[in-house]
Design a binder for this molecule. Sequence first.
Ligand code: ADP
Ligand code: MG
Length: 255
Amino acid sequence: MMKKTIIKTDKLCKTFSSGGIQQHVLKNLDIRLIEGDFTIIMGSSGSGKSTLLYAISGMDKPTLGDIDFAGENLSKLNNDQLAIFRRNHCGFVFQQIYLLDNMSVLDNVMASGLLVKKNKRELAKKTKELLNQVGINENSWSKFPTQLSGGEAQRVGIVRALINSPKMLFADEPTGALNSSSSERVLNVFSNVNHSGQSIVMVTHDIQTALRGNRILYLRDGVICGDLQLGGYNSEKENIERHEKLRTFLTEMGW
Ligand SMILES: Nc1ncnc2c1ncn2[C@@H]1O[C@H](COP(=O)(O)OP(=O)(O)O)[C@@H](O)[C@H]1O
Ligand SMILES: [Mg+2]
C-alpha cells in the first residue's frame, strides 16, 4: 500500500539576517513526512530543529521554498487562513507553554476545544480524560496557572494541544522540563494518539524519548543528513533491538 504524504517540503530555506550578516539555517530541504508516522527530529543544538518545526507547521514563513501540508500549499495562505488551518489541523507543544492566567486548568483546555468542537459535554469529558492521563487529577482542575508547578503547566499545555485531535502534533522537546514519571505519562499519551492514527513530529535530545518514534531524521547545519526507519514502538520490553539500531545510527551521525 502506498503511504500517504502529510507534509512535503520543496527546497525549503530559512535565512535569518541581522546586522547585514545572513545566516542560512535551513538549506534546500526536501522532506516528506508520512501520515500516521511518529517522526523524530534529532541534531545538535543550533542545527535548526526548532526553525524547521516552525516552518513546516506554518508558524513561521520560509525564506524560500514551498510547504505542502495535506494538499494545502501553506505559502498560498494569508495569515488569517493559516491561523484557521493550524487551529483545525495542528497541535503544538513548544518548550515555552503559555496558559491564560485568568482561566482555570479546565477552561484553558476547553477554550481551545470550543474553537473547533461545539459539543461542550463531550469536550469536558475528553478534557478530563486527557488531564487524568497526563497525571493532572481533579484536585487541580479548578486551579489557575499561577498555582501550578512548571511541570504541571507543561502537561496542561500538552492536553490543550491534543484536545482537538490534531491531524499533526508538533512537539519541540515536550518533556524537557518534566520528571521521568510525568515524561512517561505524556509519552504514553503521545503513543496512544499516534496508534489511533494521528501523526506526530517531535524534536528531542533524549534517546529513550526518540524510541517512541518510528522514523528518525537527523539534522546537521540545516541539512537532513540521516533518515532512519526505526519501526514502531510497541513496548519497553521489545525495545532493545530498536535501541541498538538507534544508537548505531546516532554514532554514525556523530551524535
Ligand atoms: N528568530 C531568529 N532570529 C535570528 N536567528 C535565529 C532565529 N531563530 C533561530 N535562529 C538561529 O538559527 C539557528 C538554529 O536555531 P534553532 O532552530 O533554534 O536550533 P535548534 O532548535 O536545533 O537548537 C541558531 O543559530 C539560532 O541562533
Ligand atoms: Mg530548539
